[in-house]
Design a protein. Structure first.
Length: 459
């Protein structure tokens, strides 16, 4: 098998073509990582910290190159690509301090003399399976904590983001076998899950469930982030101009290809009509455009198949009685583009209201009051993020308590992420431990309890 990635803004542009590793090659990469593990762990905190710091410095030194590659390979708009590269370097720097952090605690024995302590120790080889939409940041927020904790890493990126992953691993400059990017598809991903000592996955719900089942059967720790159907609640007292700007960012930014993007806007009470008109106008003002242009918000979607799935869903909703308030078309240009789209009157059982479509498409819903809005937002099998837009602190806190979402952002787009805090969702959106921050370091290590008694003392 050959792994190929094409520029989604110009499909004639072949970004990369490399052989896939195959199952045997992936297993061999895990073997090399396992052989490198004792040496990496024995280097100690100072050496691991310095190595992660050098990775951050290399990314910063090659920022322009990485920005251009990200725009070209996955169609990320220029401004967002710059932000991702900066965040990637910051994540490496953040975890570069982790090797110095306490890895356990000391306790008094229940009786007699002695010493009780806990230690967190790495598992060995971390198998990471990552998507294409954040081709540098997601591999980093998985690999950096795994490495900081003393694991070695084999990274299997999505085929569409292979060039970014290979360059990231090269720039990191770690010792042989410590960080390996393994090109491939489903075969390589399955082989990695069958060989690694701890597994972290981000991707679709169906594949994520298969990864969880396979890793659980082997008895190895596994976490899976599988997207979500995310809602924005707009209360009557919201700042309409600011809220509209936030919603446009969360719906159309990077063509809606974020697991934290907003796909359902729930307008409460009298704000429905003014929000409908303002949001439709604002989305129409951000057409799908060339991602290399500085002002572009909505670039292409990742593939022809993604474009066709989105347009079919829009056409289906229209046929079922939905009203297209903005977009609903594909521009007459090369590349895989879909105009930012807003629909109203979408039937309750239509897939656009029940499934994640991963594109610049949102449905507008109405609710009589905050209680109904919360119930609508919670009426889904998977939610990763939600946003609440209001001037009322009491209302915001009530939503924060009652919304079934892993991350709730008040007066901000649902699509923002703070990499030093836990990241994860509810229901089918996530499985296992949270990602990022201290949660990631805990996931990539196992706790051990050690009892030390004076020689000759019975226990």
């Amino acid at each position: 098998m050959t792994v190929m990635s094409h520029n989604p803004a110009d499909p004639r542009d072949l970004v990369l073509s490399v052989p896939a590793l195959g199952a045997a090659g992936t297993a061999a990469a895990v073997g090399e990582a396992r052989a490198a593990w004792p040496g990496w762990l024995a280097m100690g905190a100072a050496a691991r910290s310095a190595a992660l710091t050098r990775a951050a410095e290399a990314i910063e030194a090659h920022a322009d190159e990485l920005v251009a590659l990200t725009v070209r390979e996955v169609g990320k708009p220029l401004a967002e690509a710059r932000g991702e590269v900066a965040r990637t370097a910051a994540i490496w720097r953040y975890y570069a301090q982790a090797p110095y952090a306490p890895s356990g605690s000391v306790h008094e024995p229940a009786a007699g003399q002695g010493l009780l302590l806990t230690r967190r120790r790495p598992y060995g080889v971390a198998g990471l399976i990552t998507p294409w939409n954040f081709p540098l940041a997601i591999p980093t927020w998985k690999a950096a904590p795994a490495l900081a904790a003393g694991n070695t890493v084999v990274l299997k990126p999505a085929p569409e983001a292979t060039a970014c992953a290979l360059r990231l691993a090269e720039l990191a400059g770690l010792p042989e076998g410590v960080l390996t990017a393994a090109p491939g598809g489903a075969e390589e991903g399955e082989a990695l899950v069958q060989a690694a000592d701890v597994v972290s996955f981000t991707g679709s719900t169906g594949v994520g469930r298969a990864v969880v089942e396979a890793a659980t059967t082997r008895g190895v720790p596994v976490q899976a982030e599988m997207g979500g159907l995310n809602s924005a609640l707009v209360l009557p007292d919201a700042d309409l101009e600011r809220t509209t700007a936030h919603l446009v960012s969360a719906i159309a930014g990077y063509a809606g290809q974020k697991c934290t993007a907003t796909s359902r806007v729930i307008a409460v009470g009298q704000v429905y009509e003014p929000l409908r008109d303002a949001l439709a106008k604002a989305l129409a003002a951000e057409p799908a455009a060339d991602p290399t242009e500085a002002g572009t918000v909505c670039g292409p979607v990742i593939s022809a198949a993604a474009r066709d799935r989105l347009t079919a869903a829009i056409d289906s909703a229209r046929a079922a009685g939905a009203t297209v308030l903005a977009g609903g078309t594909t521009p007459a240009r090369d590349g895989w583009f879909v105009e930012p789209t807003l629909l109203a009157d979408v039937p309750a059982d239509h897939p656009l209201r029940t499934e994640e479509f991963f594109g610049p498409v949102a449905v507008l819903l109405s609710a009589a009051d905050q209680d109904e809005a919360t119930a609508l937002a919670n009426d889904t099998r998977h939610t990763l993020a939600a946003s609440v837009h209001t001037r009322d602190l009491d209302a915001a806190l009530a939503c924060a308590d009652r919304l079934d979402a892993g991350m709730i952002r008040v007066n901000a787009p649902s699509s923002g992420v703070d990499f030093h805090l836990p990241f994860g969702g509810t229901g089918a959106a996530s499985h296992g431990s949270r990602e990022q921050g201290q949660a990631a370091l805990d996931f990539f290590t196992a706790s051990r309890t050690v009892t030390l008694l004076p020689a000759g003392q019975p226990r």
